[in-house]
Design a protein around this ligand. Structure first.
Ligand SMILES: Cc1cc2nc3c(=O)[nH]c(=O)nc-3n(C[C@H](O)[C@H](O)[C@H](O)COP(=O)(O)OP(=O)(O)OC[C@H]3O[C@@H](n4cnc5c(N)ncnc54)[C@H](O)[C@@H]3O)c2cc1C
Length: 490
């Protein structure tokens, strides 16, 4: 074996997965076809759960640096600092149940650089200019071909984006729905009479006031519109503005143009034997609401420690099945809400009426909160194979404030950089530490910032695997995720 795991693709998901694998003890190499994979300007933010996950690995300050700038860019390009559902900009994070859990704005190239540096610090080697074209899987491992080179590993993970070669070569199913809309978007200077932002007969024209310009609609699916992967010239962009709005403009500057569609597809399983998928390789959907990275980075967080535990022989291979069981529903939820957003972005008077009603609903604080939480996935709860006590169990834990026995205050994320499980024990249940010698880190605390978060068992991906005081359930939780507990401890 050259390594324990080969990750294909040095996008954000591949880099973060590789870092998680190394951190939790699996040797990992990344194969990337491009020589500079950090160039893509697609995403402008990463969502609540992914932001908290990166903070748990000590990257909080680095992503926070980007946030203020990113939010400013967002507000300028969208004409509003508020989040949106189907371009209805009304989502106010202050109305959610946990208002301090916020979206982090960071442009994808900057994020990719942060993650590349993080992975390198942990010892991940990234082989750029290595396109994977073929692999063979057998009972002991996987042999991967990239150009003239061959690499051998125990497992292969495709993080190679929406058109994933790994997914196709391994024969994963990828069912879903075709495009309803197509978007042509970029940074452009428009000369002439700039049409009003808004909805037209075949689509929506978006122009926040800066240089960001976008046309989304059914008309952009016409044969005359720019093709998905083809080049887009200034004339194409001007024709697109004309097609949607009827206005004649000329384009004097054009950068970062993209044409994308809202096809929504998801692999039925994320694992076939020794081959797994994560990120866009496992699911594609429209970028509405900026959820792709939240989903993909949390796939990586879920898979990394589990795969490392299996590779090290600490846990049975069956642990890997919980990756699909937990993450497939998370993906399904995003496909559902992005399909709904596409329906609301489609042109036509019936949709206009529906948008008005949805916009009115968003004025109700409860509904506003509903839409925010739908997009942030903070309420995502995994089914655990034992009784779950407490509001947080099965969910990703927020970055709690803790007070130690010595009165010192800290954040939960200051104690999670090892990538190990963490057992948080307030005074009445300190003796429970005896169940887990060596299995997880143990942190005695005097109290936490939430009344419903006292004693907690946190998985490496930040999921609360147990809370409360029930010893037998804690034993089951520890044995499900980490291994044999101490028999003498009951
Ligand atoms: C216009 C647009 C705006 C978006 N905005 C947002 C947003 O604001 N927030 C958000 O969360 N998401 C957003 N998304 C989605 C987000 O960009 C993706 O979800 C994200 O890029 C997925 O990351 P990934 O690492 O899974 O895949 P990718 O970023 O696609 O990375 C895959 C990598 O694999 C490499 N690769 C591919 N094939 C091979 C091969 N055979 N061998 C070796 N390497 C290979 C590629 O070169 C690439 O580097 C947006 C998407 C678009 C198109």
């Amino acid at each position: 074996m050259d390594t324990d795991v080969i990750v294909v693709g040095a996008g954000p998901v591949g880099l973060f997965l590789a870092a998680e694998l190394e951190l939790t003890g699996a040797r990992t190499i990344v194969l990337e076809r491009l020589s500079n994979p950090a160039g893509e300007t697609k995403a402008r933010g990463i969502g609540v759960l992914a932001g908290e996950m990166l903070t748990r690995r000590g990257l909080g300050a680095r992503i926070a640096e980007a946030h203020a700038r990113g939010l400013e860019d967002f507000a300028r390009d969208h004409g509003s600092p508020l989040g949106h559902f189907a371009a209805i900009h009304k989502l106010d994070p202050g109305l959610t149940a946990e208002p301090d859990r916020r979206y982090t704005y960071i442009w994808q190239p900057e994020l990719t650089s942060v993650l590349a540096a993080h992975a390198a610090e942990l010892g991940v080697s990234v082989h750029t200019g290595h396109e994977v074209t073929r692999f063979e899987s057998d009972v002991d491992g996987v042999t991967v071909h990239a150009g003239a080179r061959r690499f051998r590993a125990g497992y292969l993970v495709g993080c190679d984006g929406g058109r994933s070669s790994v997914r196709k070569l391994a024969g994963f199913d990828f069912p879903g729905t075709p495009a309803l809309l197509r978007t042509v978007a970029g940074r452009a200077r428009l000369d002439g009479e700039v049409p009003a932002t808004g909805r037209y007969d075949t689509g929506t024209f978006m122009h926040g006031g800066g240089t960001a310009v976008g046309m989304v609609g059914t008309g952009e699916l016409d044969a005359a519109a720019p093709a998905l992967d083809g080049p887009v010239t200034a004339d194409d962009m001007a024709a697109s503005v004309r097609r949607v709005t009827g206005a004649d403009v000329s384009i004097t500057e054009l950068h970062d143009v993209r044409v994308f569609a809202d096809r929504a597809r998801q692999a039925s399983t994320y694992r076939i034997g020794r081959v797994l998928l994560a990120g866009d390789a496992a699911h594609i959907h429209s970028p509405s609401g900026g959820q792709g990275l939240n989903l993909g980075l949390m796939d990586a967080a879920n898979l990394g420690w589990k795969l490392a535990a299996v590779v090290k022989g600490e846990r049975p291979e069956a642990l890997l099945d919980t990756y699909t069981t937990e993450r497939h529903p998370a993906g399904e939820a995003v496909l559902r809400n992005t399909r709904a957003q596409s329906a609301l972005l489609a042109p036509g008077p019936h949709v206009d009426a529906l948008r008005e009603i949805v916009a009115e609903l968003m004025d109700l604080p409860e509904a506003n909160r509903y839409f925010s939480e739908l997009l942030s996935a903070v309420n995502l709860r995994y089914d655990l194979p034992y009784p779950a006590e407490g509001e947080l169990t099965g969910r990703h834990c927020p970055d709690l404030e803790l007070v130690g026995d010595d009165g010192r205050a800290s954040r939960l994320s200051e104690h999670t950089r090892t990538g190990r499980g963490l057992l948080l024990l307030p005074p009445p249940v300190r003796d429970l530490a005896a169940l887990a010698p060596g299995l997880v880190d143990v942190l005695p605390v005097a109290k936490t910032s939430r009344d419903d978060a006292g004693a907690l068992l946190l998985r490496p991906d930040g999921v609360v695997a147990w809370s409360g005081s029930d010893r037998e359930t804690l034993r089951r939780a520890l044995e499900t995720w980490f291994g044999k507990t101490s028999p003498g401890a009951m």
